[in-house]
Design a protein around this ligand. Structure first.
Ligand SMILES: [Zn+2]
Length: 552
């Protein structure tokens, strides 16, 4: 908000009928503030407002309305709004009735294209043969060159795209510029959705999971424009900065209602104190669009057995093995997780659940209890795996829960029988995208001069004692030196050959340097390489009247 220029920047506002409009702000206030702030931080909402700021929320199922932040504090269910109705009528493209091809072409332009103002041509830097079909359908005069991809010679089309905000950009830039033409913001809802889908389909860094797209980008303008396009397509789009590389963003696009109107429970709202500048905006409908840390929303003025694991790979349902009934597993787990953890209950739950599902009976799972149902008891009245197995046998199933599965790729029977059954699973909130981390260069600790630790600080990955021993055992000394010295805390220090203590490296007036020992006044001084943390140890011992002598 601090970068807002109210004379020139048009603000997205929500009209009373819930549709999206752009307008200049009436007024903006910048105040110095000291006091309470209300802060909401969830995966989809991120706001910090003063107690009197009106949020556009739905409290406890009531319709959406402007509510003071301090008044919603103890409400149990609060919905925020992220999407708006796009009331634009269909944008009229040059060739009538070819809207779909135009949208597709726009997506191609956004991903691969740029306008060359000098030659008055559009270049699409792609070799995708489907592009030919699209261009043919649009009657575009195009040529194809191996080096530059498709070149379109059509002034009318070029003017359409050149009107975008890239005019002042370097016109000679080769390759994609990821520019959105201005007319994109006039597209209707269905056109915007189709354009978004085309971009998703063409962009190579996209993944689709259920109703959700994920997209990686390093282009700031592309990121912002795509988020805006999602608003026009009535979807919710948030982004987070990833630690994989500098300036790399992960955009998440969702369209289901739980995401466009996310629920925030009251405990996500925190009261904090704040001292500093606050910004306040006045628009005609009192509802405008804000973004904080990549999360957007509309706002007003002012397994139960501890078998946790990581998801190693995701498959589509049709690529998973299936039983003769066509049942595919939701989760395939590695049996090596069982013996060391001794979670036999996990397997018994699977077996007992299968028996319960097939027989339609309830099954209690109280341990040490002999009061389970008949079919779970053996002759002594004990409920055992054997009694469950016997029950399964009577149901014409493999007594130990194994079934024949079919290979999804070939349709053939798999040779081994596979243990399969229903098991209760819980989702942990640890996500791979929150964990994955690597760095090349980065910050160092001041004291030890070694790389800092921790993903949050973009720290290095620890190469510890055990790793050192492993590399040592392999005899990979150059690698060890690289890890523990060159990439950690390399340091050079002069050492006197006579007294064997640290000497000095004196800078002369002409820029050259002299190695000198102040105690011995001799020049038998050698430069040695040592990790900084060793020099630190030397200094700490020195301060305790213990001296280490270097043999050089
Ligand atoms: Zn000396």
């Amino acid at each position: 908000m601090s970068n807002l220029d109210i004379k020139h920047h048009r603000i997205a506002i929500l009209t009373p009928d819930g549709s999206l409009q752009y307008t200049l702000a009436d007024e903006m206030f910048v105040l110095n503030y000291q006091g309470e702030m209300y802060e909401v931080q969830t995966p989809s909402i991120n706001l910090a407002v003063t107690p009197h700021h009106k949020l556009y929320v739905s409290v406890d199922g009531e319709p959406f309305d402007l509510t003071r932040a301090k008044d919603i504090e103890d409400s149990s269910i609060v919905r925020y709004k992220k999407a708006a109705v796009n009331n634009n009528s269909s944008y009229i493209f040059p060739c009538n009735g070819k809207d779909q091809y135009w949208c597709y072409f726009t997506a191609l332009y956004i991903i691969y294209g740029h306008v060359n103002h000098e030659t008055k041509r559009i270049c699409l830097n792609t070799r995708d043969v489907r592009t030919t079909t699209i261009l043919d359908k649009l009657n575009q005069k195009w040529t194809f060159t191996e080096k530059r991809g498709y070149v379109i010679d059509d002034i009318q089309t070029m003017n359409m795209f050149a009107s975008s905000d890239m005019k002042d950009k370097n016109p000679h830039k080769i390759g994609k510029t990821n520019q959105f033409p201005n007319y994109v913001w006039s597209l209707s809802r269905s056109q915007a959705i189709f354009l978004l889908e085309c971009i998703m389909a063409k962009c190579c860094l996209t993944t689709k999971i259920a109703n959700q797209y994920e997209l990686w980008t390093t282009n700031l303008q592309f990121r912002d424009n795509l988020q805006r396009l999602c608003l026009h397509a009535e979807k919710a789009c948030d982004f987070t900065q990833t630690t994989l590389a500098t300036n790399c963003w992960l955009l998440t696009i969702r369209s289901d209602e739980t995401e466009t109107e996310p629920i925030v429970s009251y405990d996500a709202m925190r009261q904090t104190t704040y001292e500093g500048k606050i910004w306040c905006l006045e628009v005609c409908t009192h509802i405008f669009y804000v973004r904080r840390d990549g999360k957007t929303c509309w706002t007003g003025n002012s397994s139960r057995h501890g078998q946790k694991g990581t998801c190693g790979m995701k498959f589509r349902e049709e690529d998973l093995p299936f039983t003769k009934q066509g049942i595919t597993p939701d989760i395939i787990m590695n049996p090596h997780a069982i013996p060391s953890r001794m979670t036999i209950g996990h397997l018994i739950e699977c077996l007992a659940s299968k028996e319960a599902v097939l027989s339609g009976n309830m099954s209690t799972s109280i341990p040490f209890s002999l009061n389970n149902r008949d079919y779970h008891r053996d002759e002594d009245g004990n409920s055992t795996v054997e009694s469950i197995a016997e029950s399964l046998r009577l149901l014409n199933y493999d007594p130990y829960g194994e079934e024949i599965l079919y290979n999804p790729l070939t349709g053939r029977k798999m040779q081994a029988k596979i243990f399969i059954g229903p098991t209760f699973y819980q989702k942990l909130r640890h996500m791979v995208s929150d964990k994955c981390h690597a760095r090349s260069h980065g910050k160092n600790e001041i004291l030890t001069r070694q790389p800092v630790e921790g993903r949050a600080r973009n720290g290095g990955l620890r190469f510890g004692e055990m790793e050192r021993d492993a590399v040592l055992a392999h005899g990979a000394m150059d690698f060890l030196r690289d890890r523990l010295y060159h990439n950690s805390d390399p340091f050079k220090v002069p050492v006197c050959g006579t007294c064997r203590l640290y000497a000095i490296d004196r800078l002369n007036e002409d820029g050259s340097s002299t190695l000198l020992c102040q105690r011995c006044k001799n020049s038998q001084v050698k430069m040695i390489e040592t990790p900084w943390c060793f020099k630190l140890l030397y200094s700490e011992l020195y301060s305790m009247n213990i001296v280490m002598k270097h043999h050089v």
